[in-house]
Design a protein around this ligand. Structure first.
Ligand SMILES: [Zn+2]
Length: 79
């Protein structure tokens, strides 16, 4: 009788642990997916002074600009 109860308790525990592990893995995956947009860094454009998100910027000669227009302007002023 006691052995049977113990068996069901252990089985329930195993299912619970398995379910919990699956849930933790899912939460971790959701967190890592959420981290990508959170890591957006604000950068100031050296030409027009506008603040923009780093991923939207345009890299030209090691400097980040808010748009191709500003990059072109910067190029024009140095040449
Ligand atoms: Zn700009």
């Amino acid at each position: 009788m006691l052995g049977k109860v113990l068996f069901w308790v252990l089985l329930g525990l195993l299912i619970f642990i398995f379910w919990q592990k699956k849930r933790v893995a899912q939460v971790k995956r959701e967190e890592s997916e959420r981290k990508v947009p959170e890591s957006k860094k604000m950068v100031q454009c050296p030409v027009c002074g506008v603040h923009f998100v780093e991923v939207d910027g345009v890299w030209v000669n090691g400097t980040m600009y808010c748009s191709h227009e500003c990059a072109e302007k910067a190029k024009g002023s140095t040449e």
